[in-house]
Design a binder for this molecule. Structure first.
Ligand SMILES: C[S@@+](CC[C@H](N)C(=O)[O-])C[C@H]1O[C@@H](n2cnc3c(N)ncnc32)[C@H](O)[C@@H]1O
Length: 322
């Protein structure tokens, strides 16, 4: 049946405006494949009918569903194993040597999808840090469906088969029906929140020691990559590190980062003077318990970025005010 040209243009404009994901001509097949289940669930004849229904002023839920359906949520445990090996062997000792022991290490999994990256980091950190050093992981994504799954921490056998070492499965998971449930020990150190990387970040983000921003910039155009990297820099703790996907780079996009080879991986750090928000103040956060990412209901927690950031473009308010 296919997607009509004007319907495709409308969808690609919507998705770009709300999430910055670029859907160039030629991606009609993707729109068709991703929206067909939505059309069927709504009892409509086809994708074009669903798109036209979503254009009604009151169809906010349908527009949100379209944007979410066009995110690509591919992920796996310890994805790109050499990155996790280098994180453990090369980056972590450096971080721990630099950081004050009395405050938790803060890590942001900035396009967390269903949570495998954040939980992989948690398993590794529990093993490496022991009980004496605390850590907090924040996982964020624009898509509510994947975030809900990440929060639940329940995975199918097939998902578990993708990169999770058997010893971690034994140690941190319990059987749950035909799938697996992550342990409260892992969940305790992680919070999952909605956040749109392509909109101004919500106030009150803490300063992060490491930001995993992997396999999401590839979906953005260059100006959006630039803005996102600049915003990320502003919420990095002094001496913090940025880790991108293996197919991604900040070089030639944001001069505020310098590339550092670290073991088998490359990481970025803000060149001095370029991290505007966080460099000159102590990090925020609670002394213990759950990660200290504040919510929109706790605006009094100091922000890692200046408050003068301009308002966001998206109209669906997918900006995920944390
Ligand atoms: C391919 S997954 C990457 C998951 C994980 N970081 C990894 O490397 O395995 C990309 C994720 O980015 C999210 N995403 C896309 N656009 C986004 C945006 N504007 N803001 C926040 N997350 C976004 C998608 O919903 C998706 O879950």
């Amino acid at each position: 049946m296919g997607v009509g040209p004007s319907e495709f243009t409308w969808v690609s404009d919507l998705v770009r405006r709300e999430s910055a994901i670029v859907l160039p001509p030629g991606k009609e097949y993707l729109v068709e494949a991703r929206l067909l289940p939505l059309a069927r669930a709504a009892g409509l004849a086809g994708v074009d009918a669903y798109i036209r229904a979503a254009q009604r002023p009151t169809s906010l839920a349908e527009r949100r569903a379209i944007v979410e359906a066009l995110t690509t949520n591919e992920t796996s445990w310890f994805r790109d194993a050499t990155v996790f090996a280098s994180f453990r062997r090369d980056m972590l000792p450096r971080l721990l040597a630099d950081r004050m022991a009395h405050r938790p290490l803060r890590i942001w999994s900035a396009a967390a999808s269903t949570g495998q990256e954040a939980y992989s980091l948690a398993m590794l950190l529990i093993e490496e840090l022991g009980p004496a050093r605390r850590f907090e992981i924040i996982g964020t994504d624009i898509a509510r469906g994947v975030l809900e799954r990440a929060r639940q921490g329940r995975y199918t056998q097939m998902e578990v088969n993708r990169g999770l070492p058997a010893r971690y499965l034994v140690q941190y998971f319990q059987r749950a029906g035909t799938g697996w449930q992550v342990s409260p020990e892992l969940q305790r150190n992680i919070q999952f929140r909605e956040l749109n990387l392509a909109a101004p970040f919500p106030p009150g983000l803490p300063a992060f020691d490491v930001v995993f921003l992997r396999n999401v910039l590839i979906y953005f155009d260059t100006p959006t990559k630039q803005t996102t990297l600049r915003r990320v820099r502003q919420v990095m703790a002094p001496g913090g590190w940025l880790v991108l996907g293996t197919a991604e780079t900040a070089r030639g996009i944001d001069d505020g980062f310098e590339l550092v080879r670290m073991g088998d991986m490359s990481a970025y750090r803000p060149v001095s003077g370029s991290a505007f928000g966080s460099a000159s103040r102590p990090p925020t956060g609670q002394a213990s318990g759950r990660p200290s990412v504040p919510s929109a209901r706790s605006p009094s927690v100091p922000s890692a970025r200046p408050s003068s950031t301009p308002p966001s473009g998206p109209s669906l308010q997918l900006s995920g005010r944390i």
